[in-house]
Ligand binder design. Structure first.
Ligand code: G4P
Length: 526
């Protein structure tokens, strides 16, 4: 019988991240195909999975065709149990993606060979760096015209601030793309553009093997040898420990749409990517192989059924074995809870699960008990650290337009904030509520959900703000003096912490210069 350690060692829990359109959905689908989790190409793309399993959860997605949801796709590949945590592609929901990154053990970054590193990728990489998350990079769309691969490698290093090491290498790109040389395993895969998904593998002994010349022609073979020599000269061999520390990223080249280079990526991924690692709680570091269960909520998915105000709390199992109907302590409330219908996510299907292991994600039906970041344990006092909130990019006053529905509105706002949809600040001067978001779309989602789930109607009123900064000082008198001077611009966040609302970069800089005893923070944890 498999032991807890066996179960942990075979798990790979990760997320695929990219700038929209680089090919995340296509790559996800191809990985699911390899895992037998889906059987038709296009199942994800044609939105069968996206729209039924995940996107139906919120009607707004149907209207907008944007995947607001973050869902989980589990499947077996060989001896491995793989959990892919999907992230919303739209950048207005970036905060959702940041939180999902707290629940993964590694990530695969998809980059478009023509576009290189784009803005969203840069931001997501920053979050990975904060946690030293190991990353593998897949350079996609080699079947299209794009940039020189060496140039891409330089850009990856410069823009993502991580060392890279190519493990496969393309032979030409675009119309002349002939295939990929697998540096990791010394084999050559030939690309046949007309026959998608069919690749011919040429087994070779080394780069000097004449079979390469036969397969791609002398000229391209010579260029390949030249490139590989340069690679070996410039990039040290992959040091897996440095990859696991998040210091170096292996790079693969391919075409997700043509299933080219994807299997190589997956095979290498399962070999080197980490199984669940120890997780840091405020009290101590918790190892996955500890006997007692613990986990945390990283995502709350609302409104599975619009008729009931039900949610699913996504719990990442961090240690021990999770069991259905066992008694677990909800740390924030101190209450013991039992879960009769926890669900697992295998091959696109959601089904009741009796047990789950570290690395797995369990969905727990909920009616408002959970908040993002909540910890569950068998009884020990542990608090897992979530990701801090970042200072929002956009701010609006939220105003009630139906006085009869004040209570519903209050409840709705609290619940949406618990889910982490946006951040709420209350102005200390006039008591008005300010919602801070990453993008415009979130305001629309909030308005829509308040109406459809809580029957509350709201109006947004503009407020011109540049940043919200959490402030603190060792000098209480200095803090009070600052708050007094800036009283119109002081707010409190939901935890009651002082937040300074700066209406311009200039004002912020002046405040920093005038009040040297005050520390200004742009994330909520310091
Ligand atoms: P995303 O989730 O990162 O946003 O990207 P997605 O997979 O949806 O891919 C974005 C577009 O890029 C899609 O085209 C997809 O077919 C295309 N694509 C993905 N991988 C490759 C590749 O290897 N080569 C080429 N040439 N194209 C690729 P679309 O026209 O936006 O969508 P669709 O109408 O084809 O579904």
């Amino acid at each position: 019988m498999a032991t807890l350690t066996d179960e942990i060692n075979r798990r790979r829990t990760f997320a695929i991240i990219s700038h929209p359109d680089a090919g995340k959905t296509t790559l996800t689908e191809k990985l699911l195909l390899f895992g037998g989790a889906i059987h038709v190409a296009g199942a994800v793309k044609s939105n069968k999975i996206k729209k039924t399993a995940t996107s139906d959860w919120m009607e707004i997605e149907k209207q907008r065709g944007i995947s607001v949801a973050t869902s989980v796709m589990g499947f077996n590949y060989g001896d491995y149990k793989i959990n892919i945590l999907d992230t919303p592609g739209h950048q207005d929901f970036a905060e959702d993606t940041y939180r999902t990154l707290t629940a993964v053990d590694s990530v695969i970054i998809v980059v478009d060979v023509a576009k290189g590193v784009e803005q969203q990728t840069r931001k997501l990489m920053e979050v990975c760096r904060m946690r030293n998350t190991p990353v593998i990079i897949f350079v996609n769309k080699l079947d299209r015209e794009g940039r020189d691969p060496f140039e891409i490698l330089d850009e990856l290093e410069a823009e993502l601030k991580i060392s890279v090491r190519p493990l496969s290498w393309p032979i030409n790109i675009g119309a002349k793309f002939k295939g990929v040389y697998n540096i990791y395993e010394h084999s050559l895969d030939l690309f046949t553009p007309s026959k998608t998904q069919v690749t011919e593998r040429v087994e070779i002994d080394s780069v000097d093997d004449p079979r390469i010349d036969e397969a791609v022609g002398e000229k391209d073979a010579a260029k390949l040898r030249e490139d590989l020599e340069l690679i070996e000269g410039v990039y040290p061999p992959l040091d897996v420990d440095r990859y696991l520390e998040g210091k170096v990223a292996p790079v693969f080249f391919g075409s997700a749409l043509n299933t080219f280079g994807v299997k190589e990526l997956l095979d290498c991924f399962v070999k080197i990517a980490p199984s669940p690692r120890p997780v840091t709680a405020e009290e101590r570091s918790v190892s996955p192989d500890e006997n007692t269960f613990s986990g945390f909520v990283f995502k709350i998915h609302a409104n599975m059924d619009p008729n009931h105000r039900s949610c699913i709390a996504f719990v990442k199992v961090c240690s021990g074995k999770f069991e259905r109907n066992a008694n677990y302590k909800h740390m924030r409330s101190g209450k013991m809870m039992r879960f009769a219908a926890p669900t697992a996510f295998m091959a696109q299907k959601k089904s009741i699960v009796d047990e789950a292991y570290p690395g797995d994600i369990v969905g727990i039906p909920d009616t408002g008990n959970f908040k993002i970041g909540d910890t569950l344990t068998e009884g020990e006092n542990l608090h897992y650290k979530g990701l801090p909130s970042f200072s929002p990019e956009m701010f609006k006053y939220i105003e009630n337009t139906d006085p009869m529905k004040a209570k519903q509105l209050e409840k709705g706002i609290q619940q949406l904030m618990d889910e982490g949809v946006a951040q709420l600040f209350t102005n200390q001067f006039n008591g008005r509520k300010i919602i801070g978001t990453v993008g415009q779309l979130q305001f629309e989602v909030i308005q829509y959900r308040l109406l459809h789930e809580y029957g509350a109607t709201v109006r947004w009123e503009p407020i011109s703000l540049y940043k919200a900064c959490w402030i603190e000082s060792d000098d209480q008198a200095a803090l009070e003096a600052f708050k007094k001077r800036k009283h119109q611009f002081m707010a409190t966040d939901r935890e009651g912490r002082d937040v300074f609302l700066a209406d311009s970069n200039y004002v912020l800089q002046m405040a920093q210069a005038d009040f040297p005893k005050i520390r200004f923070h742009f994330t909520s944890e310091f």
